[in-house]
Write a new protein. Sequence first.
Lengths: 211, 93
Amino acid sequence: VRISTTTLESYRLFMQPDQEWMSEADLLATIRGEFTPTPAIELGLSYGRILEDPDRYLVPGGYQCGLYSFGLDDVEPALALIDRRGVMEAKAVKRYGPCDVVAKVDHILGAHLTEFKTTGSSFNIDKYLESCQWRFYFDVFEALKLTYHIFLLDDHENGVASLRGIESFQVYPYPQLHADCADLVREFAVYVTAKGLDGLLRERQQTAEAA
Amino acid sequence: MSELFDAGRAALGTISDESAKIALVVDEWRDAINGYTNVDHVNKAVKDSKTLSATMAPQVKTLIMAKAKALGFVWNPTQNQFVVRQETVGATA
């Protein structure tokens, strides 16, 4: 069974008590790969692509990617945080029992990982600290430190977005981290089997192995 | 309390040292990969990168993939190696 850390994070969020933001139908669609991005996700993807390859999206007076454009002042503070000696979008796979977990980190330099996130709402550090994604990144990449840069964006609903601020913080691995990751993968495997989706994920793994 | 801070500073120093060593090895790979001109170079690098650590391998593989793409090579899963992309003959005729 092949799973992405994004899918595992969706599952973890869905399993939180009293959560209301994700229906089971949405979770199952995510597992099946039927992903419909919201405007907030589209905005984050556009900003992320610009950070990855700014020259490609440079236009007079700013940057443009997909449906969104940004002024120079809304991108340059973010670009200044990225050490270009590092590797962007590095992917790695780690096996947990019968499951392969695929992790793709935004930036890696040495044993230092960096994740770039965007949010249209206020900054809430707990949302990131509780995530299983950084735990899997440490486990899969065997990294020593991870920095989150959270870009607070305002979407003015006219395709022009602006940067309100940047929040940065670090997380580090801890002794029980691998066990926490393995437990979540095991729970997820039981869930997808109960929902009859294990065959689909197995097929995905076979396709990936053949490629 | 000051001992605790010292221990924390020492731990962070070790992380930086370890990380710098890894970055140096990846940099050496980057220099070598920049010099690749043919598919044999790329395929040898794919083979050699398999021995790298879990931290280094994804970085080096990403650099190899980017170079292979820039040189017009595509992954052939049957041969389990990169091959030169075959242009469609007569496509512009």
